[in-house]
Every structure is written in structure tokens, then in C-alpha cells.
Design a protein around this ligand. Structure first.
Ligand SMILES: NC(=O)c1ccc[n+]([C@@H]2O[C@H](COP(=O)([O-])OP(=O)(O)OC[C@H]3O[C@@H](n4cnc5c(N)ncnc54)[C@H](OP(=O)(O)O)[C@@H]3O)[C@@H](O)[C@H]2O)c1
Length: 243
């Protein structure tokens, strides 16, 4: 898996949400390109399994159990990555959650958990890696938004607000970091067949969704472009057009 000649050889990538779904597929794909991968999420067994799979393929992985909604945990995770691996070149923020329902049926307090993981934590993770990336004058941040940020889907107002927030935050951060050698991009997928849909009723047909590996290919492309090029927004849809 971890061919020394991979496109990301010598680079350290932090992937949040790496235990399953999109983050897991991205972590495996970055490892295949010879990046050293830091796996961050809350479920220890899933992180351990992902790290073992990367190592079995000849790659290097460091599992750091982290709740990204806890600022101190995010800081500690990035500090540990820097201390043990010496640098941070890539950040992929794939930790996230979804819950759907009409706004009229919710209370403001119901929104807090999803805002925390889908928006605030993305901002906190980006902020935490910036000192290392600016010091290195090199870095690529890939935030995972959603096509929900582009198309109004009834029942998805709160989820959409978090994803539109991620798009806006990423755009401004990209401008702020242009002189620092740090690229910021946002990946905007349509529906992807992951465990995220397991508890959501009325989901679109999963067989028509993207595979997590499709999103991983897009992330590898964003991370492996030459430093002079920055893929800042990439919309990836199932060819059949499903959201
Ligand atoms: N699936 C889709 O159709 C789709 C489409 C567009 C965009 N997206 C976005 O892509 C991202 C990943 O989605 P997915 O489908 O891969 O979801 P998933 O299969 O449910 O996986 C979510 C991952 O995020 C982690 N996570 C959740 N809360 C966390 C927290 N507080 N701290 C650290 N890690 C946390 C989970 O691990 P733990 O629970 O162990 O912490 C898990 O590894 C989300 O932002 C989602 O909105 C998904």
C-alpha cells in the first residue's frame, strides 16, 4: 500500500472522522499515496482497525481518539501529531453528523450538537493546524461540505446551515492563507453510501449513491496537486444525479 514513491510520500495527514465512512476511505487512500496518516474520531476500536489496515498495507498510521467538539482535545491531538511525526501537511475534516426534520419541529437547543461537530469543530481543527502549516510554508486543508450547501432540501435546514458555513469559512480561510503556502479547499459531495444513512429513514437508494472511495479519489487529487495549484471547490455527484 505505502509505496515509497507515492504522491504524498513524506507528508503527514490528519483525517478527522477516519473511523468509518468518507473519512475512513480518505485515510486509506492517503496512506496508499504514502502519506503518514493520523486517524482522529471517538470510537477507539474503529480507529485501531483502520490503523491496523494501513500498517498491514505497509503504511504508517497513528490513531488518536479525539472528540473534535472538545477544543482541548483537538489542540492535544494536533500537538501529539506534531510531536510524534514532526509536521502536519494535510488536514481533512470528515468528522460530521446529519439529522433531518422540519425546523418547526425543533428547538434551538436541538441544533447545538450538529453545529458543534459539522461547523465549529471544522473551524477549530483548521485553526489548530495553522501554526505548523504556516511555519512549514506548506499545507493543504480539505473540508468536507455537502451538496446540501448548494441545493435547498426540505428537512435539511440545520445540516445545510452547517455545510454552507463550512463553504464560507473555507473560502475566507483560503484568502487569508494565500501568502503562507497553505491551500484551503472544500469538497462538496452528493449522497455517499456510508453508515451515516443507517439511522435516517426515507434515505435515497443507497445503490445509487457515490462510494466513499469516490470521494477519497477527489481528496487525493486535491492533496496531491503541485503546490502552485489549488483546487478550492470540488463538487462530486453520483452520475445518476441523486442528492
Ligand atoms: N454520507 C453522505 O451522503 C455525505 C454526503 C455529503 C457530505 N457528507 C459529509 O461527510 C462527512 C462524513 O460523513 P460520513 O457519511 O462518512 O459519516 P459517517 O459514516 O457517519 O462517519 C462519521 C465519522 O465522523 C466521526 N465523528 C462524528 N462525531 C465526531 C466527533 N464529535 N468527534 C470526532 N469524530 C466524530 C465518526 O466517528 P465517531 O462517532 O467514532 O466519533 C465517524 O468516523 C460528514 O461531514 C457528512 O456531513 C456525507
Amino acid at each position: 500500500m505505502n509505496a515509497a514513491g507515492g504522491a504524498l510520500s513524506g507528508q503527514v495527514a490528519i483525517v478527522t472522522g477516519a473511523g468509518r465512512g468518507i473519512g475512513h476511505a480518505i485515510a486509506m487512500a492517503l496512506a496508499r499515496e504514502a502519506a503518514t496518516v493520523v486517524l482522529a474520531a471517538r470510537t477507539r476500536q474503529e480507529l485501531a482497525a483502520a490503523a491496523a489496515a494501513i500498517r498491514e498495507g505497509g503504511g504508517t498510521a497513528l490513531a488518536i481518539p479525539t472528540d473534535v467538539t472538545q477544543d482541548a482535545a483537538v489542540e492535544a491531538m494536533v500537538e501529539q501529531a506534531n510531536a510524534e511525526l514532526g509536521r502536519v501537511d494535510i488536514l481533512v475534516t470528515a468528522a460530521g453528523a446529519a439529522s433531518f426534520g422540519p425546523v418547526v419541529g425543533t428547538k434551538p437547543a436541538d441544533w447545538d450538537a450538529i453545529l458543534a461537530v459539522n461547523l465549529r469543530a471544522v473551524m477549530a481543527c483548521c485553526r489548530a493546524v495553522l501554526p505548523a502549516m504556516i511555519r512549514q510554508h506548506r499545507g493543504t486543508i480539505i473540508n468536507i461540505a455537502s451538496v446540501a450547501a448548494r441545493r435547498p432540501i426540505p428537512g435539511a435546514a440545520v445540516y445545510t446551515a452547517t455545510k454552507a458555513g463550512v463553504v464560507g469559512f473555507s473560502r475566507v480561510l483560503a484568502e487569508e492563507l494565500r501568502g503562507d503556502g497553505v491551500r484551503v479547499g472544500v469538497l462538496v459531495p452528493g449522497a455517499v453510501d456510508t453508515p451515516l444513512w443507517d439511522t435516517i429513514g426515507n434515505s435515497p437508494a443507497r445503490s445509487r449513491m457515490l462510494r466513499p472511495e469516490d470521494v477519497a479519489r477527489a481528496a487525493v487529487l486535491m492533496a496531491s496537486l503541485p503546490p502552485g495549484a489549488s483546487l478550492e471547490e470540488l463538487t462530486l455527484m453520483p452520475a445518476g444525479g441523486i442528492l
